[in-house]
Design a protein around this ligand. Structure first.
Ligand code: MG
Length: 188
């Protein structure tokens, strides 16, 4: 299935869900909410493409990975899977499987969102922090938010992406790797 079809499918599932009638706990003014957190880290190496938050970053180096190495999406998928108590990204998309070799992480996010819909939830909001010494990620933040929101079928103002350096401290500060943290709220 192409990326576009996966995005459309996720959107359709999302809109269908919104049209469901009020559930019992909503009637009583209660909402069923779940929280999840995710973390991922990748080593950096020269000559590889750098993908973050579904966006290609202009850079001479990128993440060493089995997939496209999008550390932000991987942390986000893990946060979603955590909220659903469905294990982790490695269990769902094994990094020793040929199916996932070089895969666009947006497809992994789409598939993770399908699990959200299957379980009857929708994403309330997501907040991601990327830690990287360089390059400056500020020019890409809006595109990352819009891209991730598009894949998840939610408004861009429900997706936050933040970037920080580690003040040259540790492996991130030395430019040996980058990491991402994500928190997500699911509701139904
Ligand atoms: Mg990863």
């Amino acid at each position: 299935m192409s990326d576009i079809n996966l995005y459309q499918k996720t959107k359709i599932l999302f809109y269908r869900q919104k049209m469901l009638p009020l559930r019992k706990y909503e009637f009583y003014g209660m909402t069923d909410i779940r929280i999840g957190n995710g973390y991922d880290v990748h080593a950096l190496a020269e000559g590889l493409p750098l993908w973050l938050g579904g966006v290609r970053i202009e850079c001479t180096f990128g993440c060493v990975a089995h997939s496209d190495g999008d550390v932000a999406i991987h942390a986000l998928c893990d946060a979603i899977l955590g909220a659903l108590a469905l294990g982790d990204i490695g269990q769902h998309f094994p990094d020793n499987s040929d199916e996932y070799k070089g895969i666009d992480s947006k497809i992994l996010l789409s598939r993770t969102m399908a699990l959200v819909s299957e379980k009857g939830y929708r994403v309330g909001n997501a907040d991601i922090t990327i830690a990287m010494q360089r390059p400056k990620l500020a020019p890409y933040i809006v595109r990352m938010r819009e891209t991730l929101a598009g894949v998840m079928g939610i408004p861009a103002d429900a997706v936050s992406v933040k970037a920080t350096t580690t003040e040259r401290l540790g492996f991130v500060g030395r430019g040996e790797g980058c990491e991402a943290y994500a928190v997500v709220l699911l509701c139904r």
